[in-house]
Design a protein around this ligand. Structure first.
Ligand SMILES: [Zn+2]
Length: 316
């Protein structure tokens, strides 16, 4: 089963079940059974180290000692691994509150503000070329995709604000200040990836790491400056965009990840950073170098933004 956009599909009601917190090595957890009854999954299937939560239109897969979870086959990287210290599997309350719940019940996200505008941030520019790809510079692909995204969003009735629309340099601080001056908006930063590993490929989407957790790619746990306290909306937006990209683009799923990039921490609105493929991978580089791929990427993101607005707009 593959449901393209979980946030669009779910109409989950909280069950009467209560959360029973479990303390383990200084962190709070809840059990798999508790998660099952709270979200009214019909069954948990155990296959080796995997736990598969089943319901008619939703499937969630955990793996013991892994941070990776799959919701309707779309990959998410949690802040903490699922563990099984005794007879039962448990998941951290941080991931439950900041990742699983906003994905399963986006309409329950608190203090959601409506938006009619998308701030589009094309990564890099001028002397900051970004990644040097096999067929071109990242900065050029970012700008072209961002301009296509602008058109795709306008077609769908959104207002847009570009942090740059020419090949010019902007510091991260300038991008944040500009984004923060726009009202009723969400923020999407468009980038392409690179790696020393020429085999690395696929799409990944970043949302700000919640306070007190580490980034997916390592680093120390930390807080973040005041400004972004939009964890629920961040992850719901990342989910909408990433799931739609997985459904449409037919590329490797690198997951929804967490980071404390400067452009994400300082932003006062729901924000994501989208990495649309690897300019250092031969297959990805060829796709990224074609306008058809970039046009499809732009339309896919725009469609996901519409889905996100619908999903979080359902007030309870
Ligand atoms: Zn970049």
């Amino acid at each position: 089963m593959f449901v393209s956009v979980p946030v669009q599909q779910q109409k989950m009601e909280a069950a009467s079940a209560e959360w029973k917190l479990i303390s383990y090595r200084g962190l709070k957890y809840v059990s798999a059974a508790n998660v099952k009854s709270f979200y009214r999954f019909t069954a948990i299937e155990e296959r080796g180290k995997k736990l598969i939560f089943k319901s008619p239109n939703l499937e969630m897969e955990w793996e013991i000692n892994s941070k990776d979870i799959y919701i309707n086959k779309v990959k998410f990287v949690m802040s903490f691994a699922v563990i099984k210290p005794t007879h039962r599997a448990i998941v951290s309350v941080v991931d439950l509150a900041k990742l699983i719940d906003p994905i399963l019940r986006p309409s329950y996200i608190k203090h959601v503000s409506s938006f009619d505008t998308v701030v589009i941030d094309a990564g890099h520019g001028d002397h900051d070329s970004g990644a040097v790809g096999l067929l071109g510079y990242e900065k050029k692909y970012c700008l072209d995709t961002a301009l296509r995204l602008e058109r795709a969003l306008k077609k769908r009735g959104f207002k847009t604000h570009m942090t740059r629309r020419t090949d010019k340099y902007l510091s991260l601080g300038q991008r944040v200040r500009e984004a923060n001056s726009v009202k009723n908006a969400i923020f999407i930063s468009v980038h392409f990836n690179s790696s020393d590993n020429r085999l690395a490929n696929g799409i990944e989407t970043y949302a700000l790491a919640p306070q007190g957790t580490v980034s997916t790619n390592g680093g120390r746990a930390g807080g973040y400056r005041k400004g972004n306290n939009r964890d629920g909306e961040n992850i719901a937006l990342a989910t909408a965009v990433h799931a739609m990209a997985m459904h449409r683009m037919g590329v490797e799923d690198r997951g929804v990840k967490r980071a404390r990039f400067n452009v994400l921490t300082g932003i006062n609105k729901p924000a994501i950073l989208f990495e649309g493929g690897f300019v250092t991978h031969s297959g990805d580089a060829q796709r990224i170098n074609s306008w058809e791929y970039r046009e499809k990427l732009a339309n896919t993101i725009a469609e996901a933004v519409s889905a996100f607005r619908k999903a979080v707009g359902k007030k309870k």
